[in-house]
Design a protein around this ligand. Structure first.
Ligand code: 5GP
Ligand code: ZN
Length: 329
């Protein structure tokens, strides 16, 4: 065993700190290529692990090129998910080589003539979104389209901006959502869609509503679709309200991206409270939906209420206390 082998093995087994599959994938590419690979080769190796891209091209194969070559032109045959050239065995090695060269020429000429345009259907996200952010958005969406709900196993999901970059929307995760390529394409191409109404609806505010008109200095956290601020009449010190920017009465009117935006601020505020106050040992999170449930301000809000040991004699039951004599059981 060489020292070099040992040091590489040690690196792979003991020292490699992975935040993605990239490191072992790159090392593997170098190893199977005699120790050298250019950026393009490494990128192709990384791409081969990107299931969303593979799903997309599997779909294109089945519904487009596979259909054309098999059903329309009778050039290929299909048996389950295997395509074949029926008389391939009758071709000589030379003939195969020549046909491959002809295909390469056709590809090169087509690309030369049409340029990068031919991939434009892939750039429906108008700005680059880092892979880690894409992953985070897909994870948050539980790998389902946030508009129609279809699973990523059935359709490729794109990560897309809610408020478009061209309208000042940021690359923050709160401004991103996972959409299947059908919803995403329709969103881009249609001009009178419900979806555009949804986009516009994020701007809805109510001139009479105190939460729509919060003085900016009260805001402690904010993202694209939600805001956090301290409650004016705190139940405990640090009592925080998290609201959607859009004026809606309660939780049940929220769109999924707003639920996500609120969720993200709940986590941020909780961490911030914990970092600044080591007496906090628990939280109540609650929403009053409807007057009969105790709601007084009719702009959806989540109460994030820090709790501390001994802040009341018998905390048992917590939010069950909405009906005081049923709090404990
Ligand atoms: P609800 O009873 O509707 O669930 O909660 C409304 C919350 O808003 C209450 O906890 C109340 O203390 C808080 N609140 C009411 N008015 C104001 C205000 O003007 N500023 C702030 N920061 N909080 C308010
Ligand atoms: Zn409002």
């Amino acid at each position: 065993m060489t020292d070099y082998f040992k040091s590489l093995k040690h690196y792979i087994l003991e020292e490699m700190r992975m935040s993605h599959i990239y490191q072992p994938a790159m090392l593997k590419e170098l190893l199977i290529n005699g120790g050298k690979a250019n950026v393009n080769q490494i990128a192709k190796r990384l791409l081969s692990f990107d299931q969303a891209q593979i799903d997309y091209y599997e779909h294109r194969t089945k519904t487009m090129v596979g259909d054309v070559l098999t059903k329309k032109r009778n050039i290929t045959k299909k048996d389950k998910d295997i395509y074949s050239l029926p008389e391939f065995d009758n071709l000589s090695e030379e003939e195969v080589k020549e046909l491959i060269n002809l295909c390469d020429e056709k590809i090169d000429k087509y690309i030369e003539k049409r340029g990068k345009e031919i991939w434009s259907h892939r750039d429906n996200a108008s700005a680059y979104i880092p892979g880690s952010t894409q992953y985070e958005v897909l994870r948050r969406a539980k790998r389902r389209c946030e508009l129609c709900g279809i699973s990523a196993d059935d359709k490729r999901l794109d990560v897309d901006h809610i408020v478009p970059r061209s309208k000042g929307g940021s690359n923050d995760i709160s401004n991103l959502q996972a959409l299947c390529y059908t919803c995403n394409q329709q969103k881009g191409n249609r001009d009178d869609t419900d979806f555009r109404d949804i986009l516009k609806s994020y701007e809805e505010r109510d001139a009479e509503c105190i939460f729509c008109n919060l003085p900016t200095e009260r805001i402690i956290e904010e993202n694209e679709l939600a805001i956090a601020f301290r409650d004016g009449f705190p139940v405990t010190e640090g009592h925080t309200l998290i609201i959607p920017k859009r004026h809606v009465a309660d939780y049940f009117e929220l769109h999924q991206p707003e639920v996500n935006a609120i969720q993200s601020l709940i986590y941020k505020c909780r961490q911030d409270l914990l970092d600044n106050d080591n007496t906090i040992s628990g939280f109540n999170i609650g929403m009053n939906c409807g007057e009969d449930a105790g709601q007084t301000v009719f702009h959806c809000h989540v109460h994030l209420i820090p709790r501390r040991k001994g802040d009341m004699d018998e905390p048992k039951g917590g939010v069950r206390g909405v009906i005081p004599n049923k709090r404990t059981y």
